[in-house]
Design a protein around this ligand. Structure first.
Ligand SMILES: O=C(CO)[C@@H](O)[C@H](O)COP(=O)(O)O
Ligand SMILES: [Fe+2]
Length: 214
């Protein structure tokens, strides 16, 4: 089952509740929330109060992508605010088993994210313990960037390893996803497709979501 997770980073923040309802009505499976701290990535976006405000608006899971240093310090707050999935970057998590366990201890699904320039071997030691692997298909920090197509090899690698040790893990891709790049990712084994610009900038968001789902 392929899922589509529109990223609210590309939405109109002046009417965020409406923007979230609109993509849910258009078929969104998750709402993807990009949290950036200006340290791990060169941009600052949104944080805990926005997750809290969106919780009553959304009847689909809030998929919180933490692009922050020291994620352990904030995981309980995001969980209490209503995150359903919390994903941390391997590059920002030197004690990854502890961090993933901390997420699970909050009763939240746990994900690990990996940048395009980081080899997949980095996440091998945690693959059996996570609910989701997020392969970045752009360098994180901004919406609207171009898909890095060599990441499809990494998707295939993760898919193959997951078949053996964690067949129910979700494989999510994020960055530059549109109808064409979504197809490449689905064929490589991804089953959760994050899309910001290609959904929110589209005239007919429901059609954009269905095209990405394939
Ligand atoms: O995590 C990030 C960027 O760091 C993403 O979730 C973007 O928000 C995706 O935006 P598009 O590339 O789809 O416009
Ligand atoms: Fe993201």
């Amino acid at each position: 089952m392929v899922k589509v997770a529109p990223s609210i980073l590309a939405s109109d923040f002046s009417k965020l509740g409406e923007e979230v309802r609109d993509v849910i009505n258009g078929g969104a499976d998750y709402i993807h929330v990009d949290v950036m701290d200006g340290h791990f990535v060169p941009n600052i976006s949104i944080g805990v109060p926005v997750v809290e405000a969106l919780k009553p608006v959304s009847n689909v899971p809030l998929d919180v992508h933490l692009m922050i240093e020291n994620p352990d310090q904030y995981i309980p707050q995001f969980a209490n605010a209503g995150a359903d999935i919390i994903t941390v970057h391997i590059e920002a998590s030197p004690h990854i088993h502890r961090t993933i366990q901390l997420i699970k201890d909050q009763g939240v699904r746990a994900g690990v994210a990996i940048n395009p320039g980081t080899p997949v071997e980095m996440i091998a030691p945690i693959l059996a313990d996570v609910d989701l692997v997020l392969l970045m298909t752009v360098n994180p920090g901004f919406g609207g960037q171009s898909f890095i197509d060599r990441v499809t090899d990494k998707i295939q690698d993760v898919y193959k390893s997951a078949q053996e040790i964690n067949p129910t893990v979700e494989i999510e891709v994020d960055g530059g996803i549109n109808e064409e790049t979504a197809k490449l990712c689905r064929e490589a084994g991804a089953n959760v497709l994050v899309a910001g610009s290609s959904v929110y900038k589209s005239e007919q968001r429901n059609l954009a979501i269905e095209a990405i789902r394939g």
